[in-house]
Unconditional design. Structure first.
Length: 429
């Protein structure tokens, strides 16, 4: 019994705050005369655990049946039908992906003409244009973009707030992709692999002091050319209909049906993970989880305050919950976001727009001395200050995740740091 706990459905569901991905229903048939019913199986506990995380569960209590093979044989047809229906659905998804890969095979080594959302200038609405995408060169990978997520950084650049923003460019850096072809020397991925492009990749070279340090992920290998809107060799793979180059964005440019990225920018993922969900790991989810686990290393039973409940903030809440934080305070000016925050692990929600005092004072009062860890996920410098000033006296750590507009500066009284608080930042977790 003890050895089987890692596979215990009740225990697994009891740790969740949301339904299990890819399981639209769980089918259970249970005999009412089963000799193990009350001392081992406990179906009522499974039902309660499923209800807690909103997991659909079909529990059929079969009157008069025990734990015998006769019981199994009596209802096995129902289970074969149940799983067969879902396997057929999965097969259809695999066949659809195979069709996509056939299209991929037809384009290897050729210039691809496709559609992209092109940003022509600051505050100029994105326009759908026909562009060409060159084949990958040495150390590069061309991918077919299947799913995209929109990040605040894309809007930040489009609005003209990014000092490195170059136009015309193809935005986008949160995507789920399929490798179409690879350039010379590429060995880590092959056509057909599923990948998530990474805007802050690590080269892992023994000579790279950044990659060899456990203290950071900020490898500068391709950062210089990436900031210039170019591939590592200093050129672009995109051209518009007039043959003029289009800049790359954050080394990704995923708002295009096809894009070219450096090999080190490819994070290979399981083909079982839906690309429309995997794309979130390209920035928001990875950044939020990494801020908790890597940058701040939140410990069990800690208290946490999270400012801003977008994708990053919600990922911070999930990461804090998984790290064992006992109290997680979610702060936003939009109470419509609170149900999602609670579902993902928040224990308290604060609408800072409704307070009659600074939000940092309110949180200090809630927690007596402040939260052990605080996270700014807004990019607003006043909120960054508030997050620091409600970090716990003596040992609190505040982490800046949100990107502020160009030229903005953060400030606080030095006394806030003298009294033991740590102020740090993170990029891509």
């Amino acid at each position: 019994i003890t050895a089987g706990k890692v596979h215990d459905a009740t225990l697994l569901l009891s740790t969740r705050n949301a339904p299990t991905p890819n399981y639209d229903d769980i089918l259970i048939d249970q005999g009412t005369d089963d000799e193990f019913l009350t001392d081992q199986l406990h179906p009522s506990r499974l039902t309660a655990a499923a209800a807690k995380c909103n997991q659909k569960l079909t529990m059929n209590m079969r009157e008069g049946y025990d734990h015998s093979y006769y019981f199994i044989a009596s209802f096995i047809e129902d289970h074969v039908s149940f799983h067969g229906k879902r396997l057929r659905k999965k097969q259809a998804e695999v066949l659809a992906m195979a069709s996509q890969l056939k299209d991929v095979e037809d384009t290897v080594g050729k210039v691809i003409t496709c559609k992209a959302m092109v940003a022509r200038g600051p505050k100029v609405p994105l326009a759908t244009e026909v562009v060409t995408v060159d084949p990958p060169r040495e150390g590069e990978v061309r991918v077919k973009v299947i799913a995209n997520a929109l990040c605040h950084t894309d809007i930040y650049t489009l609005d003209g707030h990014d000092p490195e923003g170059l136009f015309p460019c193809i935005l986008g850096h949160e995507a789920g992709c399929v490798v179409e072809s690879v350039g010379e020397g590429v060995t880590s991925v092959k056509p057909g692999d599923h990948v998530v492009p990474c805007y802050t990749p690590q080269c892992a070279a023994p000579s790279c002091i950044f990659c060899q340090s456990p203290k950071t992920n900020l490898c500068p290998k391709i950062r210089g050319t990436q900031g210039q809107g170019l591939m590592p060799d200093g050129t672009s793979r995109f051209k518009d209909k007039d043959g003029k180059p289009i800049y790359h964005f954050m080394g990704c440019s995923t708002m295009c049906e096809y894009t070219v990225i450096a090999e080190i920018s490819c994070a290979k993922i399981s083909k079982g993970l839906p690309l429309e969900k995997a794309c979130l790991f390209g920035c928001g989810v990875a950044t939020g989880l990494g801020a908790v686990w890597n940058t701040c290393k939140v410990e069990p039973d800690s208290s946490v305050a999270v400012f801003g409940l977008g994708a990053v903030g919600l990922a911070v809440i999930q990461g804090a919950k998984m790290a064992g934080a006992s109290r997680i305070i979610a702060v936003d000016v939009n109470p419509g976001k609170f149900p999602s925050a609670i579902e993902l692990g928040a224990t308290d929600c604060v609408d800072s727009s409704k307070l009659d005092k600074p939000v940092q004072n309110h949180i200090v009062e809630m927690t007596e001395w402040g939260a052990d860890y605080t996270f700014d996920c807004t990019g607003i410098v006043d909120v960054m200050r508030a997050a620091l000033e409600c970090a716990h006296r003596g040992w609190g750590t505040s982490c800046v995740i949100g990107v502020a507009a160009s030229g903005h500066q953060i400030s606080t009284r030095p006394f806030q740091l003298v009294t033991g608080r740590t102020w740090k930042g993170t990029a891509f977790g």
